[in-house]
Design a protein around this ligand. Structure first.
Ligand SMILES: [Fe+2]
Length: 203
């Protein structure tokens, strides 16, 4: 759609892609290196034209304006109105929780820019949201853009990760995340098996 491809949108969108690439290029894993390379290549590729009506803009404003947000939060906020946001409804996830989460795939099989090798997106969560432990086929890393949340991986304890952190979930590893008084905004990547239907909550 023409509206999406305004110069301002594309500049902010490309800044998001390049900023996420920079963070994943520091991770030191093959999947992260692939994500960084595909993100950098994506800046010259066309966006798909689907426009969702779901826009969690007040939540994004709240989280991007937290004092400890990293710089890319400004670019996310700028292009957010033209991104396709959706609520994630994975197997076993209650409606109460999925209503408090909004995600957008920037790059990937279902992304704004098509890619068959990787999925990269953003996720924003309301405060006081206990995303239950779950697992999936894709190897996953989150980069914290803004908001402190607590994470658990495998049999460990919940740990708080501030903006700037990377949290890695190996393929099929059980993991969960809960927000407290702050909302959360992160960038995520999936590498390896990209089949979203493998997701399930571990009751
Ligand atoms: Fe995950």
């Amino acid at each position: 759609m023409e509206e999406r491809e305004t110069a301002d949108f594309r500049e902010a969108f490309n800044s998001v892609l390049k900023s996420i690439a920079n963070e994943f290029s520091l991770e030191g894993r093959a999947g992260a290196d692939l994500a960084a390379m595909r993100l950098r290549n994506a800046v010259s590729k066309p966006c798909r034209s689907r426009i969702s009506q779901l826009k969690p803009l007040s939540l994004l404003q709240e989280v991007c304006n937290l004092p400890n947000a990293v710089e890319m939060a400004d670019f996310v906020l700028e292009c957010a109105p033209l991104l396709d946001w959706e609520q994630w409804e994975g197997r076993g996830l209650s409606k109460d929780i999925s209503n408090r989460l909004f995600t957008t795939e920037l790059l990937g099989p279902d992304g704004h820019i098509h890619d068959n090798q990787i999925r990269v997106g953003l996720l924003v969560s309301e405060p006081f949201t206990d995303y239950p432990v779950s697992n999936h086929s894709g190897e996953e890393t989150y980069f914290v853009i803004s908001g402190e949340a607590e994470w658990v991986v495998g049999s460990g304890n919940y740990q708080c990760y501030p903006p700037g952190s990377l949290i890695h979930h190996p393929s099929w590893e059980i993991h969960g995340r809960r927000t407290l008084s702050e909302p959360f905004l992160g960038a995520w990547r999936w590498s390896g098996d990209l089949d979203l239907s493998t997701f399930s909550v571990n009751a």
